[in-house]
Design a protein around this ligand. Structure first.
Ligand SMILES: [Zn+2]
Length: 231
């Protein structure tokens, strides 16, 4: 009983924490890459900072917009499915009982017990039972678009602020080395923490996030250096 409870807790917590960590990861990777790209193209310190700040704002806004649209459209399709289910329940109660019982039989209950379970659950909350067991919509997963948009934007901005602050403080000569180094350390920590919270191995999580971050930064810096010498 305790174990089940803790498991449930864990999945609920992973939802928003995972989104927040992913947002911060994105903020670090894209802003550090921008800063490194402009620096590698021999941009002045102020153009490096302007690129970084623009990247922070643009990234946070696009995260918010993307998250809002995706959560909203998910909520819309859930509402539409619930509306259809409500109409079906009204139109043909008997068929809906059979439908739910068939689902429980598929999951391993005997026909007689499945029928009884369907009857009792539908007497208690017919729409809720169909939403959960037929459509897979549960109360805890119900969408909150504004909250999701704000969380994504805020976590992206928090991640993006890290390479920006570092870039603001270090001299141009060491900027590339220090920004990339510190960003990779932060990515490794975040990747490890995210994996830990999700119950996955920490090292694997850290290595995965750091690898992709290093790839993004290296590629952007390479392109910056290339265009810097061409221009
Ligand atoms: Zn149904």
């Amino acid at each position: 009983m305790t174990l089940r409870h803790r498991e449930r807790h864990r999945t609920a917590r992973i939802g928003w924490l995972r989104a927040a960590v992913l947002g911060a990861d994105d903020g670090i990777v894209s802003t550090a890459s921008l800063v490194l790209g402009v620096a590698a193209a021999n941009g002045t310190h102020s153009s490096v900072m302007v690129a970084g700040i623009a990247g922070l704002v643009a990234g946070a806004m696009s995260m918010a917009a993307g998250e809002y649209v995706s959560v909203r459209s998910q909520a819309d399709s859930e509402q539409a499915a619930l509306g259809m289910e409500r109409a079906e329940l009204k139109a043909d109660d008997k068929a809906e009982h059979q439908e739910l019982a068939a689902i429980y039989v598929q999951r391993g209950l005997g026909p007689a017990l499945a029928k009884q379970v369907a009857q009792q659950l539908m007497a208690h909350d017919a729409l809720g039972a169909h939403a959960r067991d037929e459509l897979g919509i549960s109360e805890t997963l119900r969408a909150r678009p504004i909250q999701a948009a704000f969380t994504s934007a805020a976590s992206f901005a928090a991640g993006a602020a890290m390479p920006l602050l570092v870039a603001a403080m270090v001299p141009a000569a060491t900027l590339i080395l220090v920004v990339s180094g510190i960003s990779l350390v932060f990515l490794a920590i975040l990747g490890g923490v995210a994996a830990r919270v999700g119950g996955a191995p920490m090292t694997t999580g850290a290595i995965r996030v750091t690898f992709w971050g290093a790839l993004a930064m290296g590629l952007t810096a390479g392109v910056g250096a290339l265009f810097g010498t061409v221009a």
